[in-house]
Design a protein around this ligand. Sequence first.
Ligand code: AMP
Length: 591
Amino acid sequence: MDVIVGIDLGTTNSLCSVFKDGQPKLIPNTHGSFLTPSVVGLLEDGQVVVGAAAKELRVTHPDRTASCFKRSMGLDRVIEMGKQEFSATKLSSLVLKSLRGDAEDFLGHPVEQVVITVPAYFNDNQRQATKQAGEMAGLKVRRIINEPTAAALTYGFHDRDSEKHLMVIDLGGGTFDVTLMEIFEGTLEIISTAGESMLGGEDFTDRLVSTVLKKEGLHLETAEMTQPVRTARLREECENAKRQLMTEGKSRIRLPDEAGTFDDSKVFKLNSAVFAKIVEPLMKRIKDPINRALRDGDFGPEKIDDVILVGGATRMPVLQGFVTDFFEKEPLVTYNPDEVVALGAAIQAALIGDDAAVDEIVMTDVCPFTLGVEVAKDFGGRVSSGYYQPVIHRNTTIPVSREEQFGTMAANQQEVLLMVYQGESRKVADNLCLGELRIVDIPPGPAGTEILVRFTYDLNGLLEVEAMLPSTGKKFNTVLTNHSSSLSSVELKAAVREMQKLKFYPRDELRHRRLVLYSERMVGEVGSFHRQQLEDAIDVFEHAMTLGDRSVFDSARLSLLMTLEQMGVGYDEPDEPDEDLAGGNAAGGSR
Ligand code: AMP
């Protein structure tokens, strides 16, 4: 079957979708939820768990879990989990593998092709790493698409006859993107994009954690290393408090002790005004990309017809208040901000698959940053290097291929090392180095011997660089790979083999493992009086899981659920998803 599924590979949550019966639909995971936490964990016996079960494990055993690894995509960073080491690419591939399993269960046939969304501001290394994560999960990545573009596709699909200018503001768990676009007779044209790949909802939580710890005389970085369980529990408290502000305008943060136990006497009171003060520096960073995208499109805020909010963190009242003031209009949240990107990925899959339901839609995207090379300048005989010469300017419509002419610096120069950069600064030192291309065997000639350099930026946002010597016709080319985290095809095959050695916790039992992990976490919450009773109920359920006797199992599960309920820490398992919601009509913020 050549169905292409859409995947929103998020910092905190990931979602999977498919285009079916003329509509984009979300695919539920084994827990019946559309949101799969982008968390990976290792159980005590080394088995891998992904998603909700790993998120439970993170609170009690942060050392055996990994989360927020999307922020390390494309970096040569080693992430330790238990005694094993992983790259962000490998961890992402485990999440993709889990989503692939969910899609196969849902569709009833194998899934081999995907569209994956990435933040518009992801650079070449981060995009390559995402593509390789898909390949490691055994998937053919048909397209990498920008998250705000996917969100715009969802709006455009349902509103294709309108004529308007939209601003998509996408604040996810770890990244921030702003996209200005126009819808006109079924054509969705991206005009400009700006963003920050290191700013997201998790930074807002971090600031809260750091403020509370500071009151205890502790620094976040130090506490994470010396008191990991305490910090993990406090983060959970801060995350909940941050979310509660949306509905209640105030909340309380309990401060756990070093062992992670809560003593109700230590509480930090939070309200919207205090939160706004704490996150003020982050809100300042939000404004810059919005202004840049407007400037690049030669627009003022008054020309925007609709502001669309995407990503869970846009639920923060402080963000919504800012957007309303800035654009002098209420933002649109017609679709659930967690789901709108995944739905758009399914529409992109339908476009690739030539589905008749999307044949009137045309989509154009842009290259979000300037791409260029390092050049040297001659100041009257004094040569100075380190200057940046753009080849493709930011917000050029893609796909694009541009050629520039360069020359050798010295007479009879035989080699040139072409250094490729991304960024907006005049000097390369302030831009991001994407890679290099060595041009050799340049025939003898005067200084200024011609070299033609062509940059091709494709629909996936991946850059190919080609150089040509007109004097000989010789060509040199490369798809850029600057980082050791970027793998050659041989290395990729080895990585796939290595991944196959990992033992996954059986998918159909994940729901039960998650209940055990949740209950274990609650052991530290319920206080000494109930502790033994809860531990006994967990032991009985865990034992029942190994017996294979359905009635014993059901009664042990029920008994554990009732024990939790009686202790005031009832287990909240998501309901089976509603088909209508999966059809993409979920209005704002249902969680
Ligand atoms: P995503 O990458 O789209 O999954 O973004 C998830 C981010 O949204 C996380 O940083 C969450 O803390 C944040 N988030 C989700 N719901 C809320 C809420 N009600 N209030 C504040 N932040 C939220």
